[in-house]
Ligand binder design. Structure first.
Ligand code: GRF
Length: 199
């Protein structure tokens, strides 16, 4: 299988995914694609020897489908048949989501279905939750909806701030996403549940 990874920023999840696709792994990265020309992850991908591309969303303004048609063209030119969203910060329309239905994953820093959307760590703390974590799900038209394919959970510690919590969740993301992709690339949708003990 060939995988296109879409990023908007530093791409730490992209790096973990690329590094995992070696040896007998059924997939290989064919493209790292960013909507932002200045995304730090583009340099990291190039260092890892992965082809990169940029489709800047700004020139498209409110023409989301025009932007997404360019994304599809770039992804298909790389021969990818799986898409991993990894810190990709653009909302995708049903057009793009429908085109990749059943072939697109996303990682979200919360225990979905809790805390869809942004500022997930602050919201978990404000709610007084005792645990938190991250989820990998198949992408559907509902933002951060779709079937959950993996979760990693950890305890919230007294004194945690959104930043300290995010810093503990990120390494779990880096373990969970590659584990889910490896299984998903074989067509297996059995959910993976990790705890910090696994980490
Ligand atoms: C992470 O918190 C991830 O959960 C979210 O975007 C943030 C940055 O990810 N999807 P990355 O370092 O760009 O992979």
């Amino acid at each position: 299988r060939k995988v296109a990874i879409l990023i908007s920023g530093g791409g730490s999840n992209m790096v973990s995914l690329v590094r995992s696709m070696t040896g007998d792994h059924p997939a290989r990265p064919s493209l790292v694609l960013s909507n932002r020309p200045d995304a730090g992850g583009l340099l990291k991908a190039a260092d890892l020897g992965v082809t990169t591309a940029v489709v800047d969303h700004k020139p498209y303004g409110s023409n989301r489908e025009g932007f997404e048609a360019e994304l599809i063209a770039a992804i298909e030119a790389s021969e990818a048949d799986l898409v991993c969203l990894a810190g990709f910060m653009r909302v995708l329309t049903p057009y793009f989501v429908g085109h990749w239905a059943g072939r697109m994953l996303n990682i979200h820093p919360s225990l979905l279905p809790k805390y869809k959307g942004l500022h997930t760590h602050a919201r978990a703390l404000e709610a007084g939750d005792t645990e938190h974590g991250c989820s990998v799900h198949e992408v559907t038209a509902e933002l951060d909806g779709g079937p959950i394919l993996g979760q990693a959970r950890l305890p919230i510690l007294s004194g945690d701030t959104p930043d300290t919590l995010a810093a503990r969740v990120l390494p779990l993301e880096h373990r969970l996403y590659p584990a889910v992709l490896r299984r998903y690339a074989t067509g297996d949708r059995t959910p993976i549940l990790l705890t910090t003990a696994d980490a």
